[in-house]
Design a protein around this ligand. Structure first.
Ligand code: PLP
Length: 381
């Protein structure tokens, strides 16, 4: 290893996004259904792409730095946040918003602002893996607790004990997803009550990446809890995963700190223009959600009749399932199942002993069902 490199990074496994060459639609006849990263199955409508292309041609000066204050975008986001929480008159303003190169960047900024050099972070597994990965890259210790076997509710007793007993450094931040990924369950009243009971010295990050699908938000609670922050993204329901735009809603004092921590020009002019166009056309873009939810219900109904599978209810645009079979073979069999799906062109995410499957177009979902039935039959033969 090169002698100047931090020793702990040598042991470290990088997050593996699917290499684009693996996921790109092949020129051959094999159809690839990319149901492994919870994106929207729908691209931006052509009319909006044309608007974006026009903005690029006519407005954006590529020789100039982008607006490093994100002024226009922050105002539009604040308006959307108020509207999405039915807050009238408006409560949140630009002062409550920070935007970043995907919510991944915000996760890193949050860790820098709360834990770096002073604290540990608490997560409840299985959950979004980037919290622990980013903490590791910063040398921040991660304390992990588990979830209940069947409901995937956080083991609150273990979490409380971790908060009380972790020393050197103590827990300074907790990350939860609402609804959780990969398990698709929203925070329960008991989990919310526990989060409310946490002392002000602990940052509570509530990641609402899938808010538009769940339609449940805790954003109004930010007013009572200055130590809470809500994270959101344009990568899912707003169909802009390629553009990398995420944002958070928080107390203005904390936003000031996050603005100090981020890179000065963290968002390109093109990405900002895309996010603005998406917000201006939100009715059109979000009109695909009812159909995705109907498809989810169909998929859940059919899969829950499959005797080999345990399928969980979902509040997001993906579902989570495991094999009913117990024991060490389960891991092996789920791997085989995933390989068979992949060979048939259905890409899903194998995670925590199960499969997370994004809801796609009706045609994609039909293929998922067929391929899953075939793969299950093959396992038995
Ligand atoms: C819970 C959660 N948070 C954050 C992200 C990252 O989103 P972004 O594309 O904005 O970085 C994801 C992406 O899958 C996610 O599932």
């Amino acid at each position: 290893m090169l002698p100047f490199i931090r020793s702990d990074l040598a042991e470290f496994t990088a997050y593996k996004p699917h290499p684009s060459s693996d996921r790109a639609q092949p020129v051959s006849q094999t159809q690839l259904d990319r149901l492994d990263t919870n994106e929207s199955p729908y691209d931006l409508p052509v009319r909006l792409k044309e608007k974006l292309a026009w903005t690029y041609q006519q407005i954006i000066e590529t020789n100039r730095y982008p607006d490093g204050n994100h002024g226009e975008l922050k105002s539009a986001i604040a308006e959307y946040v108020n509207e999405s929480a039915a807050l009238s008159p408006s409560v949140f303003t630009s002062a409550n918003i920070s935007v970043a190169n995907g919510s991944d960047e915000l996760i890193r900024s949050l860790l820098i602002a709360s834990c770096l050099g002073e604290g540990s972070v608490l997560v409840a597994n299985p959950t979004f893996s980037m919290y622990a990965i980013l903490a590791k890259t910063l040398g921040i210790p991660t304390v992990e607790v588990n979830r209940q076997q069947n409901s995937f509710e956080i083991n609150l007793q273990a979490a409380q004990t971790a908060i009380e007993q972790t020393q050197n450094p103590p827990i300074r931040a907790i990350f939860v997803v609402h609804p959780n990924s990969p398990t698709a369950n929203a925070l329960t009243p008991a989990e919310l009550a526990w989060l409310r009971s946490l002392p002000d010295r602990i940052l509570v990050v509530i990641d609402e990446a899938y808010f538009e699908f769940s339609q449940t938000t805790v954003v109004t609670e930010l007013l009572e809890h200055p130590n809470w922050i809500v994270l959101r993204t344009f990568s899912k329901a707003f169909r802009l995963a390629a553009m990398r735009v995420g944002y958070c809603v928080a107390h203005p004092e904390f936003i000031t700190i996050l603005e100090k921590v981020r890179l000065p020009y963290n968002l390109s002019s093109f990405s900002m223009a895309a996010a603005l166009i998406a917000l201006q056309n939100r009715q059109l873009l979000l009109s695909s959600i009812p159909q995705i939810l109907e498809e989810r219900a169909k998929l859940l109904e059919i899969l829950s009749q499959q005797p080999q599978l345990q399928v969980w209810d979902s509040a997001a645009n993906f579902i989570y399932l495991r094999l009913k079979q117990d024991g060490w073979q389960q891991q092996d069999t789920i791997k085989k199942l995933n390989q068979q799906l992949q060979a048939r062109g259905t890409l899903v995410r194998e995670i925590s002993g199960g499969l997370r499957i994004t809801i796609g177009t009706p045609q994609e979902n039909l293929r998922t069902l067929n391929n899953l039935q075939l793969a299950l039959a093959n396992l038995n033969s």
